[in-house]
Design a protein around this ligand. Structure first.
Ligand SMILES: Nc1nc2c(ncn2[C@@H]2O[C@H](COP(=O)(O)OP(=O)(O)OP(=O)(O)O)[C@@H](O)[C@H]2O)c(=O)[nH]1
Ligand SMILES: [Mg+2]
Length: 341
């Protein structure tokens, strides 16, 4: 199951109390104060784990408490610190409290302190002064922080694959990456985003692809699976837009209509999405004649749009696509991933 929105409650451990105690030794009638310090409460951290792709675990376990600090003891013994709790989250998790964004977790291993443990109180050993040699006072431990947080996942990928249902998006993903998404000859096979990683040929660098559910007319008003999955391509650097031939879509104008429809849904969702560099793919060219393909390519060209003809199923045109993607990625720094709203 794919979950991209959860509410959690986190509580840092309370600090242990400082101790009030006096040294008792044979032949030393009035020993000095020896009350140890309370241990610090543990903290709750969120930590990015690149292997995770969903917030599902947190949906099932919304409450997280770190350990309490132990109270201080006599003989200057400090209490033990409380145990930290580390919650693993996928890359692209945005943490907010009351609609204020606190953190955007975007780098592997990145940590965010969600609830700090309370400091332990100081024992009476610290409070002796020349004029007050027997302090009957020690500090209480501080309570740990407590917070209700909202975690929202906005996937971080380099390339977003978009198009109508059944256009061949998942087929494409499965052939250029090692991902194994569900593929089937009916619409809405994909019901949550799939991620796949492609390794660049020369440098071996990773390019992350996100395949999202198909968009249909009115998606912005909730038709089909709606457009909420578009948030998972908000942070991509390029969009790959598949327009496919099928029985009813055989000429340029029918293809162009599909293209415009998807573009319209993108722009209703956010005016930034249509501004991303887009590679247009004409998919399923194996279903029509070379002449029909050529006519369609020319049609788009007249509208100043370059389209790459491919057959995702027969793996035709994929090398050209990958070089084009690498070329465009060279020019766009990965920097604006956090800059998503
Ligand atoms: N003939 C032909 N069929 C293709 C091609 N690419 C994909 N298909 C078929 O089209 C159907 C849909 O493919 P998917 O990859 O599931 O399409 P999708 O865009 O991910 O669909 P949704 O997830 O439902 O939005 C499957 O039956 C694929 O085998 C192609 O290049 N040529
Ligand atoms: Mg799919």
């Amino acid at each position: 199951m794919f979950i991209d929105y959860v509410k959690i409650h986190v509580k840092g451990g309370d600090g242990g109390n400082g101790c009030i105690s006096f040294r008792r030794e044979k032949f030393v009638p009035r020993g000095g104060p020896d009350g140890g310090d309370g241990g610090n409460g543990g903290s709750v951290f969120l930590e990015a784990d690149p292997r995770l792709t969903t917030l599902l675990d947190l949906k099932n376990r919304p409450l997280h408490r770190a350990g309490k600090g132990q109270h201080g003891k006599g003989k200057n013994m400090s209490g033990r610190n409380g145990r930290d709790v580390v919650i693993k989250v996928p890359l692209g998790t945005i943490v907010s409290e009351n609609d204020n964004q606190l953190m955007d977790i975007v780098a592997p291993g990145q940590r965010f302190c969600a609830a700090k443990g309370g400091d332990g109180g100081r024992g009476n050993q610290h409070y002796a002064t020349p004029t007050r040699q027997a302090p009957r006072y020690a500090e209480k431990g501080k309570p740990g922080e407590e917070r209700s947080l909202t975690l929202e996942l906005k996937i971080i990928a380099d390339v977003g694959i978009i198009g109508l249902p059944n256009a061949g998006k998942s087929t494409l993903l499965s052939h250029i990456t090692s991902a194994t998404p569900r593929i089937a000859p009916y619409p809405f096979t994909t019901i949550h985003p799939n991620l796949g990683i492609y390794e660049k040929k020369i440098s071996g660098e990773h390019v992350v692809f996100a395949d999202i559910p198909g968009l249909i007319e009115g998606a912005s008003r909730g038709a089909g699976l709606g457009d909420r999955f578009l948030r998972h391509i908000e942070r991509t650097r390029i969009l790959v837009h598949l327009i496919a031939f099928d029985e009813l879509t055989q000429n340029f104008s029918a293809l162009y209509e599909k293209y415009e429809m998807v573009l319209h849904e993108l722009s209703v969702y956010s005016d930034r999405l249509p501004q991303k560099p887009q590679i247009l793919l004409l998919n399923k060219i194996d279903l029509v004649s070379p002449r029909q393909v050529n006519d369609a390519v020319q049609g788009f060209k007249k509208r100043k749009l370059a389209v790459l003809p491919i057959s995702a199923k027969e793996k035709k045109g994929l090398d050209a696509l990958l070089s084009r993607i690498e070329e465009i990625l060279e020019d766009i720094p990965a920097a604006d991933i956090a800059d998503s709203d």
